[in-house]
Design a protein. Structure first.
Length: 468
């Protein structure tokens, strides 16, 4: 079956099939676009262009200064990049020490990290108590917000709903465009408190509209920690253990911040440098984090591993697993991207400290959940074999290790958190980091970001339409 449609002088013939419309004319138009947008890879090298804002050795181009966090993954010795154990610090403090300190005190640590990232120092007990109180107060969404912005416009993808809802909060703010420090702090605390609620509402509506399952909304409890409030909202019976809440709290602490150079944080800083409102800047960060090369990788890891488990008969066979990974890298199976999701990082080389901690938790939890021990051991095997596969297929001998995305999805699965929420949880956790970088950009940089692009187009005369 075909139909013809005309709009603004362009006629498109649409051939329909079970998946919708496929247009020959549209493909012709795409070919025109491709012809006009060909830039050979060697041209980037010839002109000294640093694609992806990366130096030739893979390090990032220095684009700014920050006091918020630091990501250490290698040493430079005689201008040569030397692999090193990964270290992540928040305001100069090793994140592993923060985690250990909170665990020894049996205290939820995410709120402590929020204070540290925003205000630069670890909070005293009175300050931490006040922050809990403020976040609990702001947790309730504006009146009719859930009904108007979430219930009436469900989304298959929770990340898109988060971005749309953050933009919509602009309309509920009596002073949205004021970029003063006082207003940015107020808006930041509100967003940190409200995004978890938006996420859980969006998930429930998605379940009802697209999955044809029951949805449920529980009253907000302002006395709960952020991690507790999330588990409370997504569990039908509102039941969760103390250990489960602390494990989710750990995940959120590890995802809270990761320097200014990661794609989503850089997006927040780029938009903030223009002087735009906080809602526009944070929505950009969410849109960036959704990408499978960034935060969306944690979901892609689980999709990849589920596909591997389905097609490999013996999960313990190094040969079978290795052969399937080779097919993945050769783009023969999986999503045909050629990527082993969760392996490798732009900065970390020998280890990603976040992955190390999450792997340790997964190893402890696996025996407590049916079928998880074998799955955990398969993850370990993939982590071991992936570097050898890259070396065989691409001749790539650089040191790579598992990143935070590799084990985070497995931990979420052990917490019975649905895959729809893997990447949204990353976004919710990253809010204090994004807000801290926005404030730092406005307070210290004070200049709109405007990198240069070298034009390769040549001057040519305009041709009248009757002569084309």
């Amino acid at each position: 079956m075909s139909c013809r449609g005309q709009k603004r002088g362009i006629t498109l013939e649409k051939q329909t099939d079970s998946k919708g419309f496929v247009s020959k004319e549209l493909q012709d138009l795409c070919n025109e676009v491709r012809r006009s947008n060909r830039i050979p890879s060697e041209d980037f090298t010839a002109y000294g262009v640093k694609r992806g804002l990366r130096n030739p050795d893979g390090t990032g181009v220095l684009a700014g200064l920050t006091k918020i966090s630091n990501v250490h993954g290698y040493l430079i010795n005689d201008n040569i990049r030397v692999p090193d154990q990964g270290v992540l610090t928040y305001r100069g403090i090793d994140v592993s020490e923060i985690v250990e300190g909170c665990r020894k005190a049996d205290r939820f640590g995410y709120e402590e990290v929020v204070w540290l990232l925003l205000f630069g120092q670890l909070p005293a007990q009175a300050q931490l108590n006040k922050l809990h109180q403020v976040l609990g107060y702001y947790r309730e969404l504006p009146e009719n917000f859930a009904e108007d912005m979430i219930l009436k416009a469900p989304s298959r993808n929770i990340m898109n709903k988060l971005a749309r809802s953050v933009l919509a909060l602009y309309s509920y703010d009596d002073n949205p465009d004021d970029s003063s420090l006082e207003n940015n702090i107020r808006q930041s605390l509100q967003l940190i408190a409200q995004l978890p609620a938006i996420m859980t509402y969006a998930y429930q509506v998605k379940r009802r509209r697209f999955d044809k399952q029951s949805m449920f909304f529980h009253p907000v409890d302002p006395t709960q920690s952020v991690a507790e409030s999330i588990l409370d909202a997504i569990r039908p019976d509102r039941k969760f253990t103390h250990d489960e809440a602390h494990l989710l709290d750990l995940c959120m602490m590890l995802h809270a911040e990761h320097s200014g150079g990661n794609n989503s944080t850089f997006a927040v800083r780029v938009l903030s440098s223009s002087g735009t409102d906080i809602y526009s800047a944070i929505a950009a960060g969410i849109g960036s984090l959704k990408g499978p090369k960034h935060g969306g990788a944690n979901h892609r890891v689980m999709m990849m591993m589920n596909d591997l488990m389905e097609h490999v008969d013996d999960w313990g066979s190094e040969r079978q697993v290795y052969d399937y990974l080779v097919k993945i890298v050769n783009k023969e199976v999986g999503d045909h991207s050629g990527l082993i999701y969760g392996m490798g990082h732009a900065v970390y080389t020998l280890s990603d400290p976040r992955a190390v901690m999450l792997k340790r938790e997964a190893e402890k939890l696996a025996p407590q959940h049916e079928g998880m021990q074998a799955k955990f051991e398969l993850f370990e095997l993939v982590e071991k074999l992936a570097p050898k596969v890259f070396e065989e297929v691409h001749g790539d001998t650089k040191t790579i290790s598992a990143n935070v995305d590799f084990y985070s999805g497995l931990v979420y699965e052990m917490l019975n958190i649905p895959p729809d929420l893997y990447t949204p949880l990353f976004a919710v956790s990253r809010m204090p980091g994004w807000c801290a970088h926005r404030i730092e950009e406005i307070e210290t940089a004070r200049r709109i970001m405007r990198p240069a692009y070298l034009s390769l187009s040549r001057r040519r005369p305009y041709v009248p339409i009757e002569e084309r």
